[in-house]
Design a protein around this ligand. Structure first.
Ligand code: ASN
Length: 319
């Protein structure tokens, strides 16, 4: 905590406005991002998805697999969590409509060291999707189509902007390569994600994460209990991770087992566990694609903070 106060800085609000007006990147990034939002929505609605409004605060949220500072709101003596991801709400939402999506704002108070990744904002938006009774392969296939659809539209409409920022951008070809985390570690060592991304010129899938490396809601592989039926999308050219998702745990006993395995207490999930115990949760699979990261990749920018107005990068305090 002390280190954060020493290193983090307040950014002058007038300087922020001046940079928006002098650096054309913001202007162009907003045009591209607007196209990403519109094209993604069009793509999903065309395939029968129903859009739901995002959940900003709730009695339950994603525990995440990595450490962030906590964000809670006290409301008449009860505790609301600010959404870190809508995963647990998505599992409930597919009971109402089989195929749902939402542009979901997530608050993750990342430690300031994350700034250098170029990929982190503490307040970002992910396009979260979930489908009832689907396998992960169908989600991956859908996301390949979505990425191709969006990039094609961007290139068709805004080739002048792309030419200026990321002239080597091309429409990826299907199917994207898949590599298990185990295999990737054998080939590249601990820096596998970074190296895979840097050495690739096409997006690719990392699959089968070891059970303790991801959250409790990603489904354990019934054929190999050490791994999960999940995936990450890795952008090429060093742009790193852009999607994570998987099949979900939906059975009460298994969920409890998985929460305990991660060393988490059950108290924070009381409302979620009640629903699971009553047998309401069903099989589903889904994922989330970070909008700012997608924009950064398409434009080939060095940092996601350039992809939106009022972006909050780790360690910065700003309007
Ligand atoms: N959106 C992700 C998923 O659907 C979860 C996350 O962002 N942590 O799996």
């Amino acid at each position: 905590m002390k280190k954060i106060l020493e290193m983090s800085k307040k950014v002058d609000s007038v300087e922020v406005v001046k940079s928006y007006l002098s650096d054309k990147t913001y202007y162009d990034a907003l045009i591209i991002q607007s196209e990403i939002l519109g094209s993604s929505r069009e793509f999903l609605v065309e395939r029968g998805f129903v859009e739901m409004l995002p959940v900003i605060i709730s009695t339950i949220t994603d525990p995440l697999n990595h450490d962030v500072l906590d964000a809670q709101i006290d409301y008449y003596g009860y505790k609301y969590y600010v959404t870190k991801s809508m995963i647990l709400q998505k599992q409930v939402s597919v009971l109402v409509h089989d195929k749902i999506f939402s542009f979901s704002p997530n608050l993750r108070l990342e430690k300031e060291e994350k700034y250098d990744s170029g990929r982190h904002l503490i307040d970002f938006v992910q396009l979260d999707i979930e489908i009832k009774n689907k396998k992960r392969e169908e989600i991956m296939d859908l996301m390949e189509d979505l990425i191709i659809y969006v990039i094609r539209n961007v290139l068709e409409k805004y080739s002048d902007i792309i030419e200026k920022y990321h002239p080597s951008l091309k429409i990826p070809s299907k199917p994207f390569k898949k590599i298990s985390v185990k295999k990737a570690k054998e080939l590249y060592g601990d820096e596998y994600e970074k190296l895979l991304s840097e050495q690739s010129d096409q997006p690719l899938w990392l699959i089968d994460f070891p059970i303790l490396e991801r959250e409790f809601y990603d489904k354990q592989d019934p054929k190999n209990s050490d791994i999960l039926l999940d995936f990450d999308l890795i952008y090429p050219e060093g742009f790193g991770e852009g999607i994570s998702g998987g099949e979900r745990e939906h059975e009460y006993e298994q969920i409890v087992k998985r929460i305990k395995l991660k060393g988490n207490g059950l108290e924070s999930y009381e409302d979620y566990l009640k629903i699971a115990k009553e047998g309401y949760l069903e099989q589903s699979a889904g994922c989330g694609i970070g909008i700012e990261r997608f924009t950064r990749f398409i434009l080939g920018l060095d940092h996601v903070e350039k992809t939106r107005l009022f972006g909050k990068a780790p360690g910065k305090f700003t309007i």
